[in-house]
Ligand binder design. Structure first.
Ligand code: FUC
Length: 778
């Protein structure tokens, strides 16, 4: 509320009129998801043309072939190696000298010493690996007509249809979250023959066929001296309507069937980050027995229903032009986001689809490729890079009403707090826990790759801000109590390791770096990069708030509050920019357009910096963004779009989004190109679209804060704001028509439209509806 009393009267009047418009909660839009489809006129040739299905744990890339169909298969615990402890036992003795060199300004020397003595053993982590392929061969299929394949984001079913030799073929693929199988169903209007095979690129993998089942068993790979300790199994069970199934070597042949159903189960012996002794052969058999007993029709119906429960919570309509009737690949190639607003809406729907398909309760978190990877040695090991990428994967989760999908991330932090406690103790002699810039299935937390990338201690702290966000959006105190020890442990590590900057007396991280940017002193490592200080301000504040809400741990909270006040502040440099480092190095850093914009964390995803409360810092952030430039790799482009949305410059955010949606950054299957494929850009882009339409900060909800002129008319329903409420917005001609806010808890909110604001009182079960004209009077 503004402090000017006359203005306050005016606003209270507006609030009263808004409160009078309390209406019953409406049902979710019936038309949800009706246009949400990717579709093509030809089968996929490249992997980045194939369509992903997934149930969080199991994934398949569907190529939509005709005579030969390929499903590339993944299971999210098939990684190289086994439980391992990468902490370098000698690191602790060398740490003081590295710190001293940094304080003395001898950065290159400090980095060389850190590279020699501090890095993890091995200096890399484990890699996510594919299981193999399911192959369907239909001999005799020649030229086809009336071909189409699509992925329906509203049912989560990939479909391929074509006519060959006068027979119409139809194939469906889906991944069942309840029954834990991937199902392929082939039907035709005349009896047909098909051969079914399983293959794997893992050395030593074996395929056998018996009765109506194919079984693939194998062993995960070794990497960097960590022996493979996992077994894996994939089984494909075949059933038919009519016809006969015969085993033929390591494949199954079906003759004269009218429909064929293949149910695929996959598992590894992974049980937890410290235990790889499960029984995948038995687990896959049990899964298939259960699925068989329950029946495919029921499994299919339940898959659609379970998907819709999540997917239909949000609807987005940005308007539609004729180009939206074209196949998806043509729309990306046309590269005209202004003329195709529905492509941005499809990208948004797809981002939500991908999160539902790659991160569900009980699964692993979405990695650099979600769960979809066809390579034994994938780029960056397809692991969890926590200096931006893993966090970005979860940027859309809360705002687009997919809170359940964060469960694997929260569970991963619980595990990192265990392995990271060991790293904190052995490497730093510190209490609490730490995670550097990457982790993997085994929850390794030591610094890797090289000091210039890996010696960054703030990854775990950043992940903890997601724990807080889960609370802040859902306001569940029992949950907060369960994650408080993790947040506390992360903060405790910094209480023990923060150093006093000899130049300023402020507290700084040392050694650290600003991911992954080299400063003009010829190194990355330094003390107190702006990002670290911003993340720690959030972590310390959130620990304080959590302790107060839970009425526990007051002495610790007080200690954290004291340290928080001593953290080095943000600085504005000579170019008017927000400084990336404690020194004003930005102008002479060797890569002025570096993809990471770490020092802008404070503007987004954090709200420490904003146009209202810290206008000078927001201006400086804007200047930094201008200096950094707009176009970057996939995720870095998506981050920039979010930052411009926070600066409430919708047209600028849209220009960046247009580049993200064009053929340089988006593959035909709408996967984000880093390049190569990295899924974070999909998730970051999804959040950016949400951020352009609605932002929430504390008890404020900002309507259409960055609406671009390219989206003059549209509507969104079901976005989530902090404090457990849902927000719908409808606009026309660039102006708000109506907004509806449904609070599930009682409380006051300030609803803002540009500079206008109205205070409303939320009551569970009632909707507050605001017309554009109400806000125009405010
Ligand atoms: C960080 C980024 C790279 C890439 C990798 C997985 O190291 O700097 O661009 O995204 O993660």
């Amino acid at each position: 509320m503004p402090s000017d009393p006359s203005r306050r009267d005016l606003l209270e009047g507006a609030a009263a009129s808004a409160a009078a418009l309390v209406l019953p909660m409406p049902a979710w839009a019936a038309a949800a998801g009706k246009d949400a489809r990717l579709w093509y006129r030809q089968p996929a040739v490249a992997w980045t043309e194939a369509l992903p299905v997934g149930n969080g744990r199991l994934g398949a890339m569907v190529f939509g072939g005709t005579a030969t169909e390929r499903l590339q298969l993944n299971e999210d615990t098939l990684w190289t190696g086994g439980p391992y402890d990468p902490v370098n036992p000698g690191a602790r003795d060398t740490l003081p000298e590295v710190r001293r060199l940094i304080d003395a300004g001898k950065f290159a020397e400090a980095q060389a010493l850190a590279n020699a003595k501090l890095m993890g053993v091995p200096r890399t982590q484990m890699a996510y690996q594919p299981v193999g392929d399911l192959l369907l061969d239909m001999p005799g299929i020649g030229a086809v007509a009336a071909y189409r394949r699509d992925l329906d984001l509203d049912t989560a079913i990939a479909t391929t249809g074509f006519t060959a030799g006068g027979t119409r073929f139809h194939r469906e693929v889906f991944a069942a979250p309840g029954d834990q199988v991937i199902v392929v169903r082939v039907t035709a209007d005349r009896p047909f023959d098909i051969r079914i095979g399983l293959t794997s690129a893992h050395p030593g993998a074996i395929v056998s066929a018996s009765a109506a089942m194919l079984t693939l068993t194998g062993h995960n790979g070794e990497r960097a001296g960590i022996a493979g300790q996992l077994r894996f199994a994939a089984r494909a069970q075949v059933s038919t309507t009519g016809g006969a199934i015969v085993a033929d070597g390591d494949s199954l042949r079906v003759r004269g069937a009218r429909s064929v159903t293949v149910s695929i189960a996959m598992a590894t012996s992974y049980r937890r980050f410290d235990d790889g002794r499960g029984n995948p052969e038995a687990a896959t058999l049990a899964t298939l027995d259960r699925a068989q007993a329950r029946g495919i029709d029921r499994i299919r119906a339940e898959t659609i229903a379970a998907h819709r429960t999540l997917f239909r919570r949000v609807t987005l309509d940005l308007g539609r032009t004729a180009i939206a009737d074209r196949p998806t690949d043509e729309r990306i190639r046309a590269n005209d986001a202004a003329a195709d607003p529905a492509l941005a809406a499809l990208y948004f729907d797809y981002g939500r689809y991908l999160l539902i398909a790659s991160s569900r309760p009980g699964s692993q978190p979405a990695n650099l490729q979600g769960i979809w990877n066809d390579q034994i040695k994938p780029p960056w090991e397809s692991k969890y890079t926590v200096n931006i990428n893993t966090e970005m994967n979860y940027w859309p989760a809360e705002v687009t009403a997919l809170a359940e999908c964060t469960e694997p991330l929260v569970r991963m932090v619980r595990e990192l707090a265990i392995t990271g406690e060991r790293t904190a103790r052995k490497m730093y002699g510190a209490r609490g826990w730490v995670c550097h810039h990457n982790t993997d299935l085994w929850r390794a937390t030591a610094p890797i790759d090289g000091a210039e990338w890996g010696l960054w201690p703030t990854g775990g702290a950043w992940l903890c801000t997601h724990l807080w966000d889960r609370y802040d959006y859902g306001r569940d105190l029992a949950y907060l109590r369960s994650v408080y020890p993790l947040m506390r442990g992360a903060a405790l590590f910094f209480l023990d390791t923060l150093q006093t900057d000899p130049a300023t007396g402020a507290l700084v991280t040392n050694p650290s770096l600003s991911p992954e940017n080299i400063h003009p002193a010829g190194a990355s490592i330094c003390a107190g990069p702006a990002m670290d200080m911003q993340i720690l301000r959030d972590l310390f504040d959130q620990v304080g708030q959590a302790a107060a809400l839970l009425a526990i741990d007051a002495p610790f909270a007080a200690e954290v509050a004291v340290a928080r006040e001593r953290l080095a502040p943000d600085h504005v440099g000579a170019q008017g920019q927000l400084q990336e480092w404690q020194r004003d190095w930005d102008a002479t850093a060797p890569e002025p357009h570096h993809r990471h914009v770490s020092h802008l964390y404070g503007l987004f995803p954090s709200d420490q910096i904003d146009l209202d409360r810290t206008p000078a810092l927001a201006q400086a952030a804007r200047r930094s963004l201008d200096l950094r430039g707009d176009d970057s790799t996939g995720w870095a482009t998506a981050w920039r779009a979010n930052l411009w949305a926070r600066l409430r410059d919708g047209d600028h955010a849209h220009r960046i989004l247009a580049f993200l949606l064009g053929p340089e950054r988006t593959y035909p299957n709408l996967f984000d190109a880093h390049p190569p494929f990295q899924i974070d850009g999909n998730f970051g882009g999804t959040r950016a679209i949400a951020e352009m339409l609605m932002q929430s900060r504390g008890d404020e909800i900002l309507l259409l804060p960055a609406l671009p002129s390219a989206w003059p008319t549209g509507s969104v329903t079901g976005l989530r704001a902090r404090g457990r409420c849902a927000v719908d917005v409808e606009w026309r001609g660039g102006e708000l028509v109506e907004a509806e806010v449904r609070g599930e808890l009682s409380g006051r909110r300030v609803i803002r439209l540009g500079r206008r604001r109205v205070e409303v009182v939320l009551t569970p079960g009632k909707a507050v509806r605001l017309r554009g004209s109400d806000l125009a009077r405010a």
